[in-house]
Design a protein around this ligand. Structure first.
Ligand SMILES: CC(C)(COP(=O)(O)OP(=O)(O)OC[C@H]1O[C@@H](n2cnc3c(N)ncnc32)[C@H](O)[C@@H]1OP(=O)(O)O)[C@@H](O)C(=O)NCCC(=O)NCCS
Length: 159
């Protein structure tokens, strides 16, 4: 991939929420997850402790990542890469960027939940050192009504 860069979502960027919603829908509809509307994403992005980063490549947004930190712990709320850009390192670059930023901010643990059947995401998280710390039974409901367990992962960023 050429000319890729990661930037923080600018404040007051109204069209940004539509862009996030579009990428979220493209990325998650494949696996039958409900897309998040622009107003839902706005509520999350504007909430306390939330940080949002995009990757751009040749002026197109290829993916984004959303985290929320409280004291020295953070949660990875979501990560989404457009289908055309997947398997080219975008997810890894976004995750590496955010873990560096959080670590610099003094965050010690990063937590997340992932569908147990999400092979791509689980591979990405394990490749970055996340470890299983639990399971939430029937945590997700797909658009088709199926219930799927969540695996809970944690990454230690500092002592
Ligand atoms: C999960 C997701 C963010 C990964 O993004 P990506 O840009 O494709 O990831 P990368 O190219 O950085 O790949 C990271 C690792 O995952 C692996 N991977 C990516 N997609 C994969 C797939 N479909 N099947 C198997 N492995 C896959 C890559 O091979 C790579 O492993 P490696 O480092 O051992 O080579 C992307 O697939 C996505 O947006 N999925 C839909 C949304 C989603 O499920 N988000 C996570 C919710 S918890």
């Amino acid at each position: 991939m050429t000319n890729s860069a990661i930037s923080e979502m600018p404040e007051q960027w109204e069209k940004g929420f539509e862009a996030l919603a579009q990428i979220h829908a493209q990325a998650f509809s494949v696996q039958g997850d409900r897309p998040w509307a622009a107003h839902e994403l706005r509520d999350i992005v504007e909430s306390a402790g939330c940080q949002t980063y995009f990757e751009y490549a040749d002026d197109l947004i290829t993916g984004f990542i959303l985290t929320r930190a409280v004291c020295d712990e953070a949660e990875l709320i979501t990560i989404a890469v457009t289908p055309d850009s997947q398997k080219r390192g975008t997810g890894g670059r976004l995750l590496d960027h955010v873990t560096r930023v959080l670590s610099d901010q003094g965050v010690k643990r990063l937590f997340l939940e992932v569908r147990e059947d999400n092979v791509a995401a689980i591979k990405l998280y394990r490749s970055r050192g996340f470890e299983d710390v639990g399971r939430r039974a029937a945590y997700y409901q797909t658009q088709g009504g199926n219930r799927v367990d969540a695996l809970c992962f944690a990454l230690i960023l500092g002592d």
